[in-house]
Unconditional design. Structure first.
Length: 317
């Protein structure tokens, strides 16, 4: 099994590590449902959350997960930090390591931030583990893991059952989405049949590995799907030369109950959040307890991050 010190991406996890994290994530989720929490395997550990981009779910669930496992957690107040006096990200990382960070959870926009942080702590001989909490449009590995685990949980499956019979349609802004990148990695490793759906401007320029099809019509793209994932339009990542017109996006690509009739009769709907209600998904569908997995995904975020931290802790001992 992979005994990596860091969680940089899903591709770095071998099958045994991937299945272990998913299995523990399901166990932790069942415990949470019963109001129980595991023993504090991170007692005495120190975690810093260093978020250079806004976050509600990821930042807080990493904090909650680490605290539930017994760690001390400090959320770095980036807006009030010395980054704004010109300190580099790498110097900030080294500063936190020098204060005794065992775990350092990082979210940042520039591609290469995570690799650079890993490199600087290894060059300086710190034992700190880096966890990627979202890096530009490159990846968001714990989101990918929690999305897979949420579907296993909803379908009452174990990781060994795989998802080879499951048709997943990922809809909306795939091109700028790190959530889509990690979902493709995670669900394809579990054997799911993946279709990407959106206007050509929001689809990748080439079909990614692990994807069966890219379709520009929502109805055709979700036809027969068992799981439909809606994604927010990531306007903050549009390049200056991307003259995207989003007029009519909701009419053509916004998910609602009427459009979902093309999917499987029992189809479930996912969204990583934050949602733009009335754009990529309707209010009624987002809040439909029969269809929507969205709140369950948020709960699962804590369970999966506990599983990842436990897995990294095992490698440290
Ligand atoms: N899904 C997700 O990453 O949400 P946040 O940006 O709120 O962390």
């Amino acid at each position: 099994m992979t005994t990596a010190r860091h969680l940089t991406d899903i591709a770095s996890l071998d099958d045994e590590a991937l299945l272990q994290i998913l299995e523990r994530s399901l166990t932790f989720r069942r415990m949470m449902d019963q109001g129980r929490y595991p023993k504090p395997v991170l007692e005495g550990r120190l975690q810093f959350n260093l978020f250079f981009e806004n976050s509600t779910r990821t930042n807080l669930s990493f904090e909650v997960a680490a605290k539930r496992l017994g760690a001390i957690v400090s959320v770095v107040p980036v807006a009030a930090s010395s980054v704004h006096k010109g300190e580099t990200v790498d110097d900030t990382v080294v500063t936190l390591c020098a204060q005794g960070a065992d775990y350092l959870v990082i979210r940042a926009a520039p591609a290469g931030t995570i690799a650079s942080a890993v490199s600087v702590i290894e060059r300086n001989g710190y034992p700190t583990s880096i966890l990627n909490a979202g890096e530009g449009a490159l990846g968001h590995p714990t989101q990918g893991l929690l999305d897979v685990s949420s579907v296993l949980y909803a379908l009452k499956r174990q990781p060994d059952d795989r998802l080879e019979d499951v048709r997943l349609s990922i809809c909306g802004d795939i091109r700028h989405s790190r959530v889509a990148a990690s979902a493709i990695e995670g669900f394809s490793r579990m054997g799911a049949q993946i279709t990407l759906v959106g206007p050509s401007q929001l689809l990748p320029s080439e079909k990614p590995a692990g994807v069966a099809a890219m379709i520009e019509d929502l109805g055709d793209g979700i036809d027969g799907a068992d799981v439909v994932m809606a994604l927010r339009i990531q306007k903050e990542r549009f390049g200056a030369d991307e003259g995207l017109s989003l007029d009519g996006f909701h009419e053509q690509f916004g998910l609602n109950h009427a459009k979902l009739k093309r999917a499987s009769p029992d189809a479930i709907v996912m969204h990583p959040g934050p949602m733009n209600r009335g754009v990529e998904i309707s209010d009624a569908l987002a809040d439909d307890p029969e269809r929507s997995l969205i709140r369950s995904q948020v709960t699962h975020g804590v369970a999966t991050r506990m599983a990842v931290l436990e897995w990294l802790e095992e490698a440290r001992r």
